[in-house]
Design a protein around this ligand. Structure first.
Ligand SMILES: [Zn+2]
Length: 498
């Protein structure tokens, strides 16, 4: 499937057209709900770990059977438990005898006790001493893998295993007599009782999850416990990172043929430049038109090296090419001598500004010399005669220029994702700098990678933009036929489809 035809259907995503605008914010669909989010991963998983080990370590029916028998014990020990649910920090507050009456029968079953034995790896587990009395000594190597697998399978708070554990949490509250549902929800209460055998799971499961969220820190009287952090701390200290480079399969694109093609085209465009000037004075339109096109082609030229086109600088080059093309399209659309001149004078004015600022500075940047700045500022006229225009050169932002030039669709295609790379937005930084640690016990944190080759190449986009710029130029200065042809560099979508 080519990138142009790529249609990814995100069933859980609200389309852009349905998002409501509030001032300068496109509000998320959840922002209207008065809901306090707290974290299933950070806070809930450590506290319900024993149930997660059971649901992931035993056949589901067996685990749910154990949960139901434990719930019956909860009812029997209602007074001793008071408001305490079956969470590690709360279980630690019980007497050993109460703890045993809840869990001893189930732990006498070998499968159940083996499934829960990885709990004993965790030094800071609040109710550790109680479990120690009931569970066999864990096989260290195997048990860390079991813990990692358990977290991996329940990391998504909507997974079946996570939902089962969340069901146990709310039915524990019900067994303690602390869950008060309105009479209108009598059927829902029966569905909870008989989970997962009554009602439509497509509606029962979400309502379990919604209810469970009200028993997390940050909601009502729920408080964070030290164990919520200690669990993740132990995972971090006891297990190694499993670092993954998301672009592991990137191969260097071979642009040798394109390189020759571009060199020939560039030569031909120089010829065309010389053929289309009729005098040597200032021609703002001719210079801008050819200049911007050559600029795009140069950006492409340097991106033909895979260390550029398939790396971070390729995105920055592409963003620059996008802007050049929109500016060219805007200029061509207006095709007005004043506007062409405005574009040119703005550039000279900026050089003057930079030059004058530089005179006051002790430390100067390395990428440009004072001589060059002065030369650029004085190119058309002595800079003393030049005004410096502040703000945008056409008094329009790029979006408005694109709109006016009929290039809004082009702008939408490229602008947002690319600009991040120039501005160092978080998403761009995250993509360029970090890989993912796939150890679930490390909560899939980010780890910096060395500068790397990316699977996706900026070159096909730069070729398209180069051709678009050539189309504009050829329209204003006919006839110029050469264009860049796909030499072939596969997109990641095509690679994946292979
Ligand atoms: Zn890690």
């Amino acid at each position: 499937m080519s990138k142009a035809k790529e249609r990814v259907v995100h069933t859980r995503t609200t389309p852009l057209s349905s998002l409501k605008r509030k001032g300068k914010v496109l509000a998320s669909p959840a922002s209207g709900l008065n809901m306090q989010f707290s974290s299933w991963i950070n806070d809930a998983i450590p506290e319900v770990l024993w149930s997660l080990l059971a649901i992931t370590g035993l056949p589901r029916e067996d685990a749910l059977g154990s949960f139901r028998r434990i719930l019956a014990k909860v009812r029997e020990n209602k007074d001793a438990l008071d408001t305490r649910r079956l969470e590690h920090s709360r279980l630690a507050e019980l007497e050993q005898s109460v703890f045993n009456s809840l869990f001893a029968d189930e732990c006498a079953k070998q499968d159940f006790s083996i499934a829960l034995s990885p709990l004993l790896l965790l030094e800071a587990l609040p109710d550790r001493k109680y479990w120690e009395a009931l569970l066999p000594k864990p096989d260290v190597e195997r048990s860390w893998s079991r813990l990692a697998e358990t977290v991996a399978r329940t990391f998504d708070h909507q997974s079946q295993e996570a939902t089962d554990a969340r069901w146990l949490k709310i039915t524990t509250v019900a067994a303690l007599g602390k869950l008060h549902l309105p009479t209108s929800m009598a059927e829902r209460a029966r569905e909870f009782d008989e989970y997962p055998n009554r009602g439509d799971m497509r509606s029962v499961r979400p309502s379990i999850r919604a209810l469970e969220m009200s028993f997390r820190p940050g909601v009502a009287n729920e408080k964070r416990t030290p164990w919520m952090d200690e669990f993740w701390q132990e995972g971090w200290q006891s297990t190694e990172c499993v670092l993954v480079n998301p672009d592991d399969e990137a191969t260097r694109a071979n642009h040798a043929a394109l390189f020759d093609q571009l060199a020939t085209l560039y030569e031909a465009l120089i010829e065309h430049f010389l053929e289309t000037i009729d005098q040597t004075g200032i021609d703002a339109k001719h210079d801008a038109c050819f200049g911007l096109t050559f600029y795009v082609l140069q950006l492409l030229f340097f991106c033909l090296k895979s260390t550029v086109g398939q790396a971070l600088p390729g995105r920055i080059a592409l963003r620059s090419a996008v802007e050049c093309y929109i500016v060219l399209a805007y200029l061509a659309h207006n095709d007005n001598p004043t506007v062409w001149l405005q574009f040119r004078n703005y550039g000279a004015g900026q050089s003057k500004l930079a030059f004058l600022k530089r005179l006051d500075q002790d430390e100067v940047p390395s990428f440009i010399s004072s001589e060059l700045l002065e030369q650029l500022a004085n190119q058309d006229a002595w800079m003393e005669f030049q005004d410096i225009k502040l703000g945008a050169w056409a008094d329009k932002n790029l979006r408005n220029m694109a709109q006016e030039a009929g290039e809004k669709a082009f702008y939408d295609r490229y602008y947002d994702a690319l600009s991040g790379y120039v501005h160092g937005n978080w998403s761009a930084v995250s993509h360029a700098v970090f890989g993912l640690c796939l150890n679930p016990l490390h909560r899939f944190h980010r780890v910096p990678l060395p500068p790397r080759l990316l699977i996706d190449d900026a070159v096909p986009d730069l070729m398209k933009i180069g051709n678009l710029a050539l189309d504009k130029l050829a329209h204003m200065y006919p006839a110029f036929k050469p264009r860049l042809r796909e030499a072939h560099s596969k997109t990641s979508a095509e690679k994946a489809a292979k």
